[in-house]
Design a protein around this ligand. Sequence first.
Ligand code: KIV
Length: 281
Amino acid sequence: MREITPKRIIEMKGKEKIAMITAYDYPSALLADKAGFDIIFVGDSLGMVVYGDKNTLNVSMDQMIFHTRAVAKAVRRALVLADMPFGSYEVSVEEGIKNAIKLIQAGADAVKIEGGYDHKKLVKRLVRMGIPVMGHTGLTPQRYLRLGGYRIMGENEEEIEEILRDAKALEKSGAFAVVLEFVLADVAKLVTEEISIPTIGIGSGPYVDGQVLVWHDVLGLSEFSPPFAKRYVNLKEVIFEAISKFKKEVKEGAFPGREHYWEFQDKDKFEEIKERVLRKI
Ligand code: KIV
C-alpha cells in the first residue's frame, strides 16, 4: 500500500495544503512521486494533451487503463488517482462499478468522477465496496457541451447552489475529496468552509485545501493552456532546441560521435569473418 491514503488526504484539511499533479506515463510519474506530490492523477485531460483531441469526450476506458498501469508502476508514495472517462459511469451504477474496478485493477488507489449530486448512488456503492472516490464540480469538462464551452462557474445563485449541492452530496456519500474547477474564489472558499472533506482547486483561487495542475501546462508543453494555469518552465523550447540539434548533427554526420559506437578490435579477424559470410550468403 502506498504511503498517502485517502484517510491521510482527509486529515490534511486545514493543516497542510494538498499538492496534486496529473501524470500519464511512467517517467513523469516517477518524477512527480520523487518531487513529493500527495496525489498523482491520471486525468482524462490526456485525451487533449497526449492524444491531441479537441475535448475529453472521446477518451476510452482502454486509454485510461493503459495510462493508469504505467503511472501505477512508477509511484511508491503518492496516492494514484484515475479519472473515470465520459460514458463510463453515466449509463448505470452497475457499469460505473465495473469500470471503477478496472481502474483499481490497473493500479489506481482511487477514482475520480465528474459531478456530485447526480452520482450519489454510485459514490456510495463504490465507497461501500472499498473504492475511494474523489468528486469534481464547478467546470466539469465532460459536460462542456451543456455548459456552452469552458467558462468560469459560480457567477449566479443557481450555479452556486449547484456547486454547493454537489460538494455536500459528495461529502455525504463518502467521497474523500472534491475538485473545484474554474470556480470564483469566493464560491470555492464557501464550499471549502461548508464541507469536512478537502477541496482541491484548479483555477479556483487560494481558499481551497489543495491545488492541481495539468503536467503539460506546468511544463510549457501544452498547445493551449487555460488562463489559470501557471507555466513553470518552457520545455517546448528546450525540447525543440535539443531535437533540432540532433537532426542537424545527423544531417552533418556529426552524430554518432566516436563515443557512441563500437568496432571490431581485431580488423584481420573481421575481414576473415566477412569473407566467409559473403561466400555463404
Ligand atoms: O482530467 C484532468 O486533468 C482533470 C483536472 C483538470 C482536474 O480533471
